[in-house]
Design a protein around this ligand. Structure first.
Ligand code: PLP
Length: 348
């Protein structure tokens, strides 16, 4: 039964008697068996389908707690910088909590669906002439000066709530997967997954942690290169980040589990997106397809052991960014409204 993160996992979260019971019924997302691609890759492949959260991305898991705590602590408003999904989520939960929401976006670099979401949920949206990293610096300063709650992943409640995805995977599989493959932008999510698995391990619910494979885009790969990137570029706007805030904990997750960081090209990402949709019926936004691109590469290079249980995290819904998907496929053929035209087109 869907009841939201605060109720489902309240015993593992820093709730008090005064924390409002905020919920849009986030979490409890399906762990979908990805049968056709799994067979091709010779692994037991699952997708954690985070695009089915209320605003279409995993960001809702942490946002519900961050906004509930902001309300509890008496913040006047919430503010965030965003590549898109954080703002959509912040705006929705602020609306539900009855708080004003201010959003700073890198001008011209946010997918259309995400921008529409922030606006329809009633946030005040400012497009910053600069990249995400700059917008985040501005949001932090604005929050400090005005007494607003900043709900970027620098807000500790975000990552605490995001641990719930790891718990759901373990609850469902009865153990941790062998590999967890996920896209890495600001590196909050990989850090939260690691903390989630470690927490279950401390509770005695897990014998082993998964190996973490953190995937970045070639043009925005500071964790692969080991150096910050000043002008990150990639079609996967959700991971177009050059200075990851949680770099240190992300490195720890990868080192501790004998995992690795990898980067993939924009072409590999877009090919993986089409492959996932057309082979297995799952439509995820470009950033979410970086993990599949990485698995396909590892398979080609003979570095993907057979028979592993692999979970890839589909972090966001494909419908958020229809333009990038549409740009890679043939447009529909237009035909006359007659049966003859249909016969001719389909060779009936
Ligand atoms: C936020 C986001 C990411 C990156 O997550 P980080 O915690 O910043 O590493 C990846 N994919 C999607 C769809 C996102 O919204």
């Amino acid at each position: 039964m869907k009841k939201g993160i605060l109720r489902a996992y309240g015993k593992y979260l820093p709730l008090t008697a005064d924390t409002p019971a905020l919920s849009l019924c986030e979490g409890d997302t399906p762990l979908v068996p990805v049968c056709n691609l799994g067979r091709e890759l010779s692994v037991n492949l699952f997708a954690k389908y985070e695009g089915l959260n209320p605003t279409g991305s995993f960001k809702d898991r942490g946002m519900v707690l961050a906004v509930a705590k902001a309300l509890e602590e008496g913040a006047r408003a919430v503010i965030c910088a965003s590549t898109g999904n954080t703002s959509a989520s912040a705006a929705a939960y602020a609306a539900a909590a009855g708080m004003p929401c201010f959003v700073l976006l890198p001008a011209g670099a946010v997918a259309l669906g995400k921008l529409a979401q922030a606006m329809i949920y009633g946030a005040r949206v400012l497009a910053v002439r600069g990249n995400f990293d700059r917008a985040l610096e501005m949001a932090r300063e604005g929050a400090a000066r005005a007494g607003y709650a900043i709900v970027n992943s620098v807000n500790p409640y975000r990552l605490l709530g995001q641990r719930s995805a790891a718990w759901e995977i373990c609850d469902e599989l009865g153990r941790a997967p062998d590999w967890l493959v996920l896209p890495v932008g600001n590196a909050g999510n990989i850090s939260a997954y690691c903390a989630g698995f470690e927490f279950y391990s401390e509770l005695g619910l897990l014998k082993s942690l998964p190996r973490f494979i953190g995937v970045q885009a070639d043009g925005a790969a500071p964790l692969v290169r080991g150096a910050e990137v000043d002008d990150p570029q990639t079609v996967a706007t959700a991971i177009r980040i050059g200075r990851p805030v949680s770099a240190r904990t992300a490195r720890r997750a990868v080192e501790m589990t004998d995992g690795r960081f990898m980067s993939v090209s924009d072409d590999e990402i877009m090919d993986a997106q089409r492959e996932l949709a057309s082979s297995d019926g799952l439509f995820a936004e470009p950033a979410s397809c970086a993990p599949l691109a990485a698995l396909l590469r590892l398979k080609r290079e003979g570095e993907l052991p057979k028979g592993l249980t692999v979970v890839m995290v589909l972090t966001g819904n494909g419908l958020k960014d229809p333009d990038s998907a549409r740009s890679r496929v043939r447009p529909p053929e237009e035909i006359d409204g007659t049966f003859e035209a249909l016969s001719e087109a389909l060779g009936l």
